[in-house]
Design a protein around this ligand. Structure first.
Ligand code: FPP
Length: 243
């Protein structure tokens, strides 16, 4: 697709279907996650050839702790390895990596790997990869509300200073609004993913499972996005002309 004007600035991907990918092949769920991680590395390289500024990934929700301990531990190791193995790649691509979520229940080794990746890429600003890990969208809004309540309590701001912009500035990371959210595997839910940032996002639910969501599928998704007429609560220009 050549028309950069129709590219989303901020794309979110809910990487769903790893477990089903593995089950279909008679493999343990962890092998689906391994394949998902392999696919993610290739997919990101492809996305970086496009003029897309921010990518947000849903990698682990706060609710995912309800899964079997062995699956949780596999996912924790996978993300830690990803942070270490991909560090040079992100530096080479000049991508700033940030994490959104809570540090509760994460090991010191994992937190160290996450912070090292954030620190190593902090100077970049053209492209951002936001990894939602141990993340819940409602919780993000609660945390922002707590920060703001504390500012009021400390007389740093008045109640009248509480605006959408202030809430926006108190999310885990300062990011532009989501334009486009893709959830693979055919599930049509948002599952607590970036609720604040997705107020006017376009959604796309391809049936393909995440390990099979490749560059071709991503191009199909972008072409679907380019056909959407975004209204932001208003009226699109060509509709106005027809009425
Ligand atoms: C949902 O599929 C997927 C996850 C909970 C984990 C996503 C993780 C990856 C793609 C691994 C790589 C990520 C990073 C950042 C290294 P599911 O297990 O719920 O699939 P199912 O619905 O088919 O069971």
């Amino acid at each position: 697709m050549d028309d950069d004007e129709k590219l989303p600035v901020h794309v979110g991907i809910i990487m769903d279907g790893n477990g089903r990918w593995a089950k279909k092949r008679g493999l343990p769920r962890s092998m689906g996650h391994r394949e998902g991680a392999k696919n993610l590395k290739k997919l990101l390289k492809y996305i970086y050839t496009k003029n897309i500024k921010v990518v947000s990934l849903f990698a682990f929700s706060t609710e995912n702790f309800k899964r079997d301990a062995s699956e949780v531990s596999y996912l924790m190791q996978l993300i830690e390895k990803f942070c270490k193995d991909e560090k040079e790649e992100f530096i080479g691509q000049r991508v700033r990596v940030v994490f959104s979520g809570s540090s509760n229940n994460l090991s010191q080794n994992l937190l160290k790997a996450m912070h090292e990746l954030e620190d190593a890429t902090r100077e970049f600003s053209d492209k951002i990869l936001n990894i939602c890990f141990n993340y819940g969208g409602r919780n993000e809004i609660v945390d922002a509300t707590r920060n703001i309540a504390m500012m009021v309590k400390n007389n740093e701001i008045d109640i009248d200073d509480i605006t959408e912009e202030l809430l926006d500035n108190n999310m885990y990371n300062k990011l532009p609004p989501l334009d486009f959210v893709i959830r693979t595997s055919g599930e049509m839910r948002i599952s607590n993913f970036m609720l604040w940032q997705s107020s006017y996002a376009e959604y796309y639910f391809p049936s393909v499972l995440f390990p099979d969501f490749d560059s071709r599928e991503f191009d199909i998704a972008l072409s679907e996005y380019s056909k959407r007429k975004r209204r932001f609560g208003g009226v699109v220009v060509d509709e106005k002309e027809n009425n």
